[in-house]
Design a protein around this ligand. Structure first.
Ligand code: OKP
Ligand code: ZN
Length: 469
């Protein structure tokens, strides 16, 4: 039997990896076996040192919930130090990782009794013109902490760097997993990552796991990657890393920075700069937002992601949108997370999840796995549909239809004038309002081609007319 010919093709997933859809859609989880090496004691909060919210038990609860409801293999990634180093430095500067490498030893060298205390910054270079120098790295660790950290809520401990590196290895392994054809993968790690920028830590984050995964997907052959951040807090680090780039579309749904952490970034008018203009979307929502309102905005984000036609998606997954979260202000309930996962799977794209926030420790495992299971169920249904023999007409709603048919259908939807305006929109990539009605066309390459040809033909005709006159 020639297996090659038995392999079902997969029209609805736009990916360079032909093996996708041939595998069972197990979710591959890569967990950080060294996460407990990072265990902060206290964080500064409004003038007081308070116990850390970001505790090792968070990850243990997620692992337990995954054991109770298995979605696929769970493993600690094998770490290739050289490859990991390379992947980290695709998004972080050497100067910053040099600092992280030596920070703890320097902290203890400053005062041997510091070995008992977490390192926290207490002095910062505000970015005033002719104000403070940031071009030189100060020799004192007390000053370095302020240069490389944007808050005093992110304790750096003896094992923080090792834990963060092992976490980045999970993100890299998850990216590699979908690059080799898995439907989805989950980087189950802490400390989280989405607040960490090219050369700064903060918001409990040191290395930006989601950005490392997104960049690894780019480097592995994906032309466009979307990062859809659903943590309660704005993913400022990821935004900063990709702000000038059109090849990674960053979107974030979060508590309005006017009142919510990280305060100083995450507003709706931050849309990217230069070549990256239009490829950063912030969707701030007021404190107190419940699932109905959250979901409406989430659907807008999903439409924008689909219209970008990415070849893979990264989801920085925070569970701190939960109603019981001690430091956040949205009101999502445990059962809502399944719907979120379901909607994410509807994108039909290879997806990497990274574990971010979620501080209602007892519930974080259930909420995380609710989301992942919702994704898994929809992904499994897609695979079943793919493997079920279908008549050509079932398989392709446009089967046997001529271009006239297609356009007639579109015309019925939009009217000619509207259609004329819409179709030239270079195949529907940038206009979110076109939305789902054109989805079937977008997902059917031959039809898209025909419409594009028609467009080119009309354009040529137009310019010939212009030349004549
Ligand atoms: C990290 B992640 C609120 C203190 C805020 C920083 C929050 C970092 C959240 N009382 N401290 O995005 O979940
Ligand atoms: Zn958060």
């Amino acid at each position: 039997m020639n297996l090659e010919n038995q392999v079902p093709t997969c029209d609805f997933i736009d990916t360079p990896f032909s093996c996708l859809g041939n595998v069972l859609p197990f979710m591959h989880t890569f967990y950080n076996a060294h996460h407990h090496l990072h265990q902060g004691q206290q964080e500064m909060f409004r003038g007081r040192l308070v116990p850390c919210h970001e505790v090792p038990a968070r990850l243990d609860f997620v692992r337990q919930a995954l054991q109770a409801r298995p979605l696929g293999p769970v493993q600690a990634p094998e770490i290739d130090e050289a490859a990991l180093d390379k992947a980290i430095h695709r998004v972080h500067t050497r100067r910053y990782t040099e600092f992280l490498t030596h920070a703890w030893d320097e902290w203890v060298a400053l005062d041997p009794s510091n070995a008992e205390r977490d390192a926290l910054p207490s002095v910062w270079p505000l970015p005033n013109r002719y104000g403070f120098r940031v071009d030189q790295t100060p020799r004192s660790i007390a000053a370095k902490l302020g240069l490389f950290a944007f808050d005093s809520g992110t304790p750096l401990t003896a094992g923080s760097w090792r834990a963060a590196r092992a976490g980045a290895a999970c993100a890299l392994a998850a990216a590699q997993s979908v690059l080799t054809g898995q439907r989805s993968a989950f980087a189950l790690t802490r400390p989280p990552g989405h607040h960490a920028g090219p050369d700064f830590m903060g918001g409990y984050c040191f290395l930006n796991n989601a950005a490392i995964a997104a960049q690894a997907l780019r480097d592995g052959g994906c032309e466009r990657v979307a990062v859809l951040d659903i943590d309660y807090h704005h993913g400022n680090g990821t935004q900063t890393i990709f702000y000038e780039r059109p090849d990674v579309f960053t979107l974030s749904l979060h508590g309005d920075p006017a009142t919510e952490y990280p305060f100083l970034l995450g507003h709706a008018d931050e849309r990217g700069v230069g070549a990256g203009e239009g490829y950063n979307w912030n969707l701030p929502l007021p404190r107190g937002t419940g699932f109905a309102d959250w979901q409406a905005v989430f659907q807008q984000a999903l439409t924008a992601v689909a219209d970008y036609r990415p070849q893979a998606v990264v989801v920085p997954m925070g569970l701190d949108t939960f109603e019981g979260d001690p430091i956040s202000g949205f009101r999502l309930r445990s059962e809502d997370y399944g719907c979120i996962g379901h909607s994410l799977a509807e994108l039909g794209l290879p997806t990497v999840f990274t574990f971010e926030g979620g501080y209602a420790v007892a519930e974080v495992g259930v909420n995380a796995v609710n989301l992942l299971q919702g994704f898994q169920e929809k992904a499994a249904a897609q695979t079943v549909a793919l493997l079920t023999p279908q008549t050509p007409a079932q398989k392709d709603p446009l089967h046997g239809k001529t271009l006239q048919h297609i356009l007639a259908e579109l015309e019925a939807h939009y009217g000619w004038e509207e259609l004329g305006r819409r179709i030239p929109v270079r195949c529907f990539t940038h206009d979110p309002s076109v939305g789902s009605s054109l989805k079937f066309l977008r997902k059917t390459p031959w039809a898209r081609e025909k419409v594009e040809q028609l467009y080119i033909y009309t354009e040529q005709k137009k310019s010939r007319k212009q030349q004549k006159s």
